[in-house]
Design a binder for this molecule. Structure first.
Ligand code: ADP
Length: 257
């Protein structure tokens, strides 16, 4: 039986958003936040009005990956809403901008915090809200998918065999929720050295995913020191090097979402 994509009423703060895109992975450390942030800044560069919601409450990466002047979310005390901070025209909300230390929380509390941040934020008119999902396909992710009507999902993985199993889980979750998986990003798939290309994790699992699950697009991202350095420096690679190879890949991904 068809399950509703999301339950309940659309919160007012989300009613002015045209597309809500989830960037998801089953494991931590595969580059999900890197993809979410670079995708968001690419969409902004293409002329869209964009916001990023960092839903990774346990390890928020957004405060490291971007450098807004104002590093604290503001409250509108009358309306009891949250006003996003901003960096280079992209609106940002992260638990890491909430002015608290990293929290020790149980799952239901995490869901509560995420839902509150997401639904009480005054996003304003946006063409895209990119959600950096918490890693995994458990309760927290499911609840989030039920609070917001996602229009598309991008799954990030690395090329190992094991990662294939994880992607399958992610695809199944989104298909149950009737959210189209528009692309898989295979991150850290190769690196170039001494004029040669190396595939440290092997090859082929990405195309297997695409064939088996009928996902329209597969993108490869190489291991690049600049991707890691730009992540740490607070300026996304696509902003630092808008003509580069990585920026081109993200432009193609931007068209898919
Ligand atoms: P996740 O959100 O899945 O936990 P991150 O995006 O935070 O992963 O990436 C983990 C670390 O790996 C970060 O330090 C990031 O800069 C680095 N990283 C991600 N992708 C690449 C890449 N293709 N090349 C080099 N470093 C990368």
């Amino acid at each position: 039986p068809a399950k509703p994509i999301f339950s309940g009423q659309l919160p007012p703060g989300l009613q002015t958003i045209s597309n809500i895109v989830a960037v998801s992975s089953c494991k931590g450390g595969v580059g999900k936040s890197t993809v979410a942030v670079n995708l968001a800044y690419t969409l902004a560069d293409m002329g869209a009005r964009v916001g990023i919601f960092d839903a990774d409450v346990y390890g928020p990466s957004l405060p490291t990956m971007v450098s807004p002047e104002n590093r604290l979310l503001e409250m509108n005390p009358e309306k009891r809403t949250i006003i996003p901070t901003e960096y280079l025209g992209v609106k940002l909300v992260s638990f890491g901008f909430a002015g608290q230390g990293r929290a020790i929380m149980r799952g239901p509390m995490v869901s509560g915090v995420i839902n509150q941040l997401l639904t009480t934020t005054e996003w304003g008119e946006l063409d895209y809200l990119v959600i950096d999902m918490p890693p995994g396909t458990g309760d927290i992710q499911l609840t989030l998918c039920q609070v917001v009507p996602l229009t598309a999902a991008v799954i990030v993985t690395t090329p190992q065999k094991l990662a294939f199993i994880d992607v399958a889980k992610g695809v199944r979750m989104f298909s149950k929720l009737k959210v189209p998986c528009v692309a898989v990003v295979e991150n850290m798939c190769h690196f170039d050295a001494d004029g040669k290309r190396y595939y440290p994790f092997g090859r082929g699992s990405g195309s297997q995913v695409v064939q088996q699950f009928g996902i329209p697009r597969l993108f490869d991202l190489p291991i690049r020191p600049t991707l890691s350095a730009s992540g740490d420096s607070g300026m996304p690679e696509v902003v630092a090097d808008p003509q580069g190879e990585v920026a081109k890949t993200f432009q193609e991904l931007g068209v898919c979402v």
